[in-house]
Structures are given as structure tokens and as C-alpha cells.
Design a protein around this ligand. Sequence first.
Ligand SMILES: Nc1ncnc2c1ncn2[C@@H]1O[C@H](COP(=O)(O)OP(=O)(O)OP(=O)(O)O)[C@@H](O)[C@H]1O
Length: 722
Amino acid sequence: MSRLPRLHPSSSPDRHQSGPSMSFSTRQGSLKRKAQDENFNIAEQQPRKLAAIAEADTNQPLRPSKAAISKLGKGPPPLTKPRAPPLTTRRTDRATSAPPRPVAAVRPPARPTAVKPTRGTSTTVDGKRFQALEEQISSIAAAREADTARLAADASRLAADMEAERSKVAELQANQRAMSQQLTAAKNQDIARQRELDHASEEIYELQKRHSRQLEEKETELRRKDREVRELKEELRAFQDDLERERETVKSLKATISHQSTAHVALSTQVSAMQAQQAAMQAQSDVALRDKLDITLELEAERKRRVELEQELREAETLRRKLHNQVQELKGNIRVFCRVRPLLSSDMPLATPMLSPSSTGSGITTPTDSPDPEEEIKRREEYRAQMGFPDKMDHKEIVLRSSSESATGQERKDEWAFTFDRVFEPHSTQAEVFEEISQLAQSCTDGYNVCVFAYGQTGSGKSFTMEGGQSEATTGMIPRAVEQVFRVAEELKSKGWEYKMEGQFLEIYNETINDLLGKGEFDKKKHEIKHDSKTGRTTVTDVNVLPLASATQVRTLLSLAQSRRTVAATLMNERSSRSHSVFTLRIRGENPLTGEACEGSLNLVDLAGSERLEKSGAAGDKDRLKETQSINKSLSALGDVIAALGEKGEGKSDKHIPYRNSKLTYLLQNSLSGNSKTLMVLNLSPLAGHLNESLCSLRFATKVNNTTIGTAKKQSRMAGSS
Ligand SMILES: Nc1ncnc2c1ncn2[C@@H]1O[C@H](COP(=O)(O)OP(=O)(O)OP(=O)(O)O)[C@@H](O)[C@H]1O
């Protein structure tokens, strides 16, 4: 901290003088304090006069202010030369301390007076007055003299005082200049120190910042170190644990080693024994190696033979297919099976305890808790139609009997016998039925078009035969046939065949095609049937044809179709019995080894109920009438097509086949023609009440059965050709 330069008290012109000079020492003290306290702002703290002095050019002579002079004026008059009294002749303006000479010595020249001659007393009076006046004048003159002398003395004293004052002022000016210089120096010093101070403050601030930064870094470092220490401690603990474990291991290893070394000794003995054995075995191995070489050579020969055999097998397979299909052809390209379903508890009134079909779906009925089994059997026989199956060897015959009273009261007995390719009795299982069909299904993989119809009145078991139930035993022909096709395709893979399958599921209701794999918009979309005469392929526009990779996928597809049909059935009562459903599996196969390719299709058709109009009770119902007419139309169209095909087969080559008479026959055109294999499964109801309807169905089936449709043709080509 800088200090003001100390002012010498003697430099003050007058310590006791009032005004600026008088307050100087006091000011000096205060300035000192101010300088210390307020950065020496002397210029502001000084009285205005001192400020003026400080700011003034110090080279100029100092002139006392009017105020100072007025204060001084209490003493001497203004510093002007006193004028000499006009009444004296001598010079009195010389400054002197000697008292002036008395004024009386200097007489003013007497004014020439005109002395008039006085008359008498008046002359004396005037003389006296004149004298008094003269005395007065002289006293006034003396007084003036005295005043003049006093004035002269005052003037000289004043001049002396002035001189003294001037010298004081000069001294003051000198002091003031010195002080100004000191002040300026002090100010400069102060500014410099202030700068230093600012600089130092800045440095301190920077240092503080750096310090706090360093402090933070140190703290972070410290925390990190702490963390490291903790981690190291953890590691150390883990190492210690490991070490402990290792020690334990070492201990146990040592024990093992000692144990092992004992064992080692024993083993060494064994090894030497083994080495001896090994030498013996080596000799044996050499012999075995030689044998192996012989075997390898034999194997190679066997492999060659196997390839030859495989080739033979392929040729045999081709031959087998050919023979298989020849056998099928010999059996006739249209075949008819007849199946009678078992009597169900639902076929008779509820009050009577019933015989029900076994849960296995075998068709065998088992008695339930009937109060009188004999009575029950009797009752059942009343409901059951009289049917006989005389051909116990080939199962080809079915006989229907009826007994009635004639108008004359005589008992009349009728008997109708029918022969088909195979007749299935009520107890026949699904598996047994499929056994006969499976060979047909296999023909699809050989490139044939196969068509299986289920024909019969409502409730005769068509859907059961075609679709079946949920259990393994009740599985119907469609899933079984599909599984068979996939199985055969898989087996044929080893013989070089690769198959691709796709499926569609349609419904024909009132001569309208619906897609059962579609979105369930029934009777809305218009689907058209198209036949490709070159490839023999039939397609339906705007229906879903799904690629099928496995039999399981087909099952899913079938249940989807079933659920769609169920939805439609709720919209229209018993719709499923009143519509035809056609499931088509298209199979394309290629054999890159033999260069063969084939394309076949399997159509599985569940026909609508074939009952006649009167029986269905539809005569009064307009919609039902329409349904029945559509069904009758399509079924009779089917019969007509089959009959026409039969005639054509008998030599009438120009016979027109009326495929277009119904949607069903037009859709199945390529599967009904001479190139394909057709099977009709006639389903019969076992009820006596349905006897007439059963007879109608049997007659229709016989007509079909008696038809010979040309020779089925395999749709094969060389792979790669369309
Ligand atoms: N072989 C059989 N064994 C056991 N039950 C059968 C057999 N055949 C049919 N059924 C049963 O008979 C009833 C009628 O059969 P299904 O529905 O298959 O007849 P449908 O001819 O298809 O009738 P719809 O024309 O109305 O569809 C069903 O309850 C079915 O389970």
C-alpha cells in the first residue's frame, strides 16, 4: 500500500491561518487516511482550491484569491500603491519605518485673501473672524498633516507586510508545486500499484480456478483410486479364495498323486504285460488288415451290384406301376362300392334303450343297459331293413328283402339282389374301406386322374365315409387318401421321384361354386370352370389353391373347410347335406434320374343327399324345392354323363358327353372321362323306412357299375416338357 509523501509542516505558509492554508495540515492527515482507505483519491478529497492548485500549471506564479485578500484585508489594505497626500510637497511614498514628519511643518500656501478695509467695528469683527478662520484652517492643515504622516506610515508598513506576504505566497507556491509533483508521483504510483493489484487479483483468480480444478481432478482421482482399491480388495479376496481352493486342490492332488503313484506301479506292471499282449495283437491286427482289404474289395463289388440292383428296382417299379394300373384297368375304370352304415341309437325313438355304435367307429353296435335284451333285439329288427350279404368270400353281393300284404291279404315277399365291386357290411371299418381305395389313390402318384364319389341319401353315411370322425379309427377316405399319397411320394423319393402337391376344396350349392378355403363369402363370388385341353388340367377361377407340404397340413386345411361349411350350415339349415363338396389334390411328379414326369389329381366328392323330392318334404318350401331340383339335376346329369361314357366305351366314339349339364359334371369332366379312374361309394341307410330310397340308390349305382368307361390313360411326359 503506497503512502502519500509526508508534507513538512513548515511548508505550510501559515499553519494557523484560516481558509485553505489553515486546513492544510488537517487535510494532510485526512488525505493520508483517505489515501490509505480509498486508494489515495487525493484530487477528489482536497478542497477545491487545492484541487485547482493541483490541476493548475505549477509554473505559473501563485496569485492570492480575492477571498484570501479579503481575509487578509482585515489587516492591510489592497496591494495598491498608496497615493501620497496631495497636500505635502515632499515625497512620502518611500517605504520606511520612520514615522512621518508632522504635517504641521508643512503649511499649505496661504490662499491669497483680499483684505477689504473694514469700517469701524465691522472691521474688527471681520478681522477676528478671519483670524478664527485662519486658525481653523491651520488646525485643519495640521490635522491633515498628521493624517498624511499616519497614512504614509501605514502605507510603508503595509508595503512591508505585502512584501512579507509575497514571500510567503512564493514559498507556498513552491510548496504547492512540490506537493503537486508528489501528488502526481503518488497518483502514478497508485495507478501502477492498482494495475499491479488488478493483475495480482487476476492471477489470484486464475490460481484459484486452477486450484479448484486441480482439486476436482484430485478428488476424481481419489474416488477412482478408492474404487480401484475396492476392486483390488475384491480381487484380492477372490484370489485368496482361489488360493484357498487351489491349496485344497493341491492337497487333494497330492493325495491323488500318492495314490496314483501306487497305482502307477501297479499299472507299469500291467503295461508291460499289455505290451506283450499288444505285440501279439499287432500280429493279429496285421492279419485283420489283410482281411479288411479283402472285405473292402468285396464291399466295392457289392456297391456296384447294389447300384445295378437299384437300377433294376427302378425298372421294376416302372413295371409294377404299369402292372398295377393294368390290374386297375382290368377291374374297370369305373367301380362301385356299396357300404351300409350301422343302425344308430338316434335312428330310433329316444325312450327305448338303444344299441349304439362302438366308439371306435367300427360300425359294430353294442347293447346299452336295456331292460330286456331280447325285446330290444326284436325292436331293432323291426326298425332295420332286411338286408343280406350272401357273398361271404368276395363280399360283392347285397340282397334287400321286403314282405308286405297284398290286396287279397296274402303275404307278398320281394327280394332284390345287387352285385358291386365290393359290398361293405355295417360293421366294416374305415380302414377296411380304405384298403380297397388306397390302390386308386396310389394311381394319382403315377399320373392318373382319380375320382371318388360318395353317393346316397341324406344320413346314409357319405360324410362319415369321406371325411370321417376325429379319432384315428374313424378317419375318413379324404385324409387317408391324402396321407397315402404323401407316403407314396416319400417312398418314391428314394427312386428319384420328387412330388409337388396342391389342394382346393369347393362346394357346389344350387349350381353355384363356393370356395371352402376362401373367406367364407358364400354364394357371392362367381367362379368359372376352365379346362386346358392340352394338359388336361381343370382350374376354377378365383379360388384358393394351397401348396401342401405334408399330410398334417392337409388335415388343417380340411378342418378349415369343415368350419367354413359349419358357418354356412348355421346360416342355412343342413346346407352341407344339400350341397356337393369336391376336394381336389393335384400331384405333380418329376424323376430327374429317369427323366420322367407325371401329373395326376385326386378328386374326393361328397355328393348331396340323393333322396327324392317327396321324401325330403320340400314340396311346400320354395328354397328347399330349388335345392332339391338342383341336386336332382346334378345327380341325374352325373348319371347321364356316366351312361354316355359307357356308350362311348362300347364303340359309339361320336357319342356326345353332356358334361355341361351341371356344374358338378363340368367340374369333374377330366376326372370322369375315359382317361381317369372313378369310384362310386354307395352309402345305404340300414333303416327299413329308407328301403325304397335305398333301392333307388342301388339301381342308380348298378347302372353306373354296368358302365364300362374306356381305358384310363396315364398323364405322363418327359420332365421339362409342359
Ligand atoms: N360307418 C359308420 N359307422 C358309424 N356311424 C356312422 C357310419 N356311417 C355314418 N355314421 C353316422 O351316421 C350319421 C349320418 O352320417 P353322415 O352325416 O355321414 O351322413 P350323410 O349321408 O353324409 O348325410 P348328409 O347328406 O346329411 O351329410 C352320422 O352321425 C354318422 O356319424
